[in-house]
Structure formats: C-alpha cells, structure tokens
Design a binder for this molecule. Structure first.
Ligand code: CA
Ligand code: CA
Length: 261
C-alpha cells in the first residue's frame, strides 16, 4: 500500500498564464547596465532552469520579467536544496551584491522573510537555498511562485525588491514552481479543456507516477478560487517501475467561469 498525498490548485494549470500576467509586482530599475545578469542556473530540481540573457534584454530600466510569454520556469518539491549559479556580464573583480526573493505567500510583493539569497561576492555567485517544507506554519502549497533576482555592482546586496539601484545591475523574474507530492504528479487536465464564459462541468485530471513502487491510492486536495473542495480519495493502480502511466480521475462537478482558479 502506498499512499501519496497530492495537492493542486485546479484550473491553475489552465489559467496560469493569465494569472501570472495579472499580478501587479513592482518594477525595480537601475541607472547603468554594468553587471547585468547573464545566466541564471537553478539545479537539483525536477525541472532545472538555465536562462541566458543579454544585458538589460531590451528593457531600458534594467528589469526583465520572464514569467510571461515564453516563461522560464524551475520546478522542484518542498524541502529541495536548490543549487544556484548566477553569472553577470561583464564579470569583474569587485565584491558585488546578489539578492533573491520568492513570493511564498503570493501577496504580489516580496517581504523580508521571503528573501532566499543575500550574498556579497565576486561574480559569478553560487550557493544553495532551501525550499521550506512549511511556510508560516502551513505546508508549502504546490503551485507557481515568482522568484526575483537583483544584482548590484560593487555594493552590498539590495534589501529592497522594488527600489532604483544605487549602482549598476539588473533584476530578473522567473517562475519557481513547487510540486506538493512525493512521486505522483498531475499529468494533464482533461476537462475542462477550453475555458468558456460560464461552464458547469466535471473536473477530470490524469495522474502520472514516477514511483519505483506501485501506487494504489492517493489523497488529492484541490481548490476553487482558494476554497478547498472535499479531498478526493483515489484508489486504483499505477504500475511500478517509473514508467509513464496515467489514470483519469473525475474529481467532481463545478460551475466556473472565465478567470476562476
Ligand atoms: Ca539579463
Ligand atoms: Ca510575499
């Protein structure tokens, strides 16, 4: 018997790009592009991130948002120790600053407690930070968060995620996703397939396992507009061995409309 606990925000997958686009995050800025962020590398995840970019990437204020359009994303599980390496261009011999935050509580702002990197060193910067298993006493919810990096040439790490840098540098935002499960993932949302203005319909998903042992049950917590729905206790079988296999689950029927999450 293998009981796997999985949590997901239903329709989040479907509407995530709109949600991310609607978020109102502050836009930091700089005066000069020395020590712009050249490559962001996050590893030890389920899906690693390697993002190369040019200086200010066409933005005259030194802030690039890679959470929309062809979004760049890192995916991991709670408790992961993330390895990071951030290079700048041009690299220099100065002790410079790097700061990063993750908006864990999805407040559309970066609080001091959400700072995951504060480092003064000669670039490239490297190190680790942990994805907490809990945040503010609650399990770290599965979902997509925003991570912001700020570089600051020849100065201490910036503590303000929104300010105009006192020196040169760049800020870049990415998607930082956390899976809340051990070895079962949401493979696909099968229904609803296309968002409409108002629909009442079944919610159907498929599960995917990479477990090396058979999965015969799972508890799926799901929500609509941040309201938890009755957890779904699934029993069935996903074969062992890490092979790709999926089961379709009908969680229930809901009425929902454009913009629901
Ligand atoms: Ca850049
Ligand atoms: Ca926050």
């Amino acid at each position: 018997m293998k009981n796997v606990y999985t949590k997901l925000g239903l329709l989040t997958f479907l509407l995530s790009s709109w949600i991310m686009g609607a978020a109102q995050y502050c836009s930091p800025s700089y005066s000069n592009d020395w020590e712009s962020i050249q490559e962001v590398s996050l590893t030890n995840g389920s899906t690693n991130l390697t993002s190369r970019s040019v200086l200010w990437d066409g933005n005259s204020n030194g802030y690039s948002d890679y959470t929309t359009g062809n979004a760049r994303e890192y995916v991991c599980t709670p408790g992961t120790t993330v390895n990071y390496r951030i290079s700048t261009n041009p690299s220099n011999s100065q002790n410079s600053g790097l700061t990063a935050w993750i908006d864990w509580n999805k407040s559309n702002s970066f609080e001091a407690g959400e700072r995951v990197i504060s480092k003064r060193a000669r670039p490239p910067y490297s190190g680790t930070f942990a994805v907490p298993a809990t945040y503010n006493g609650a399990p770290t919810a599965g979902g997509s968060y925003r991570i912001r990096f700020r570089s600051e040439w020849n100065a201490a790490p910036i503590n303000n995620p929104c300010s105009r840098g006192s020196q040169s540098g760049e800020a870049e935002d990415y998607i930082f996703s956390v899976l809340y499960q051990e070895n079962v993932a949401i493979n696909e949302m099968l229904d609803p397939f296309i968002p409409s203005c108002s629909i009442g319909d079944s919610i159907i998903i498929s599960l995917l396992s990479n477990s090396k042992t058979a999965i015969d049950s799972a508890t799926i917590q799901w929500s609509k507009n941040d309201t938890l729905q009755t957890p779904y206790n699934w029993k069935g079988n996903i074969s062992a061995g890490g092979a790709v296999s999926a089961v379709n689950i009908t969680l229930g029927a809901l009425t929902y409309k454009y913009g629901d999450t």
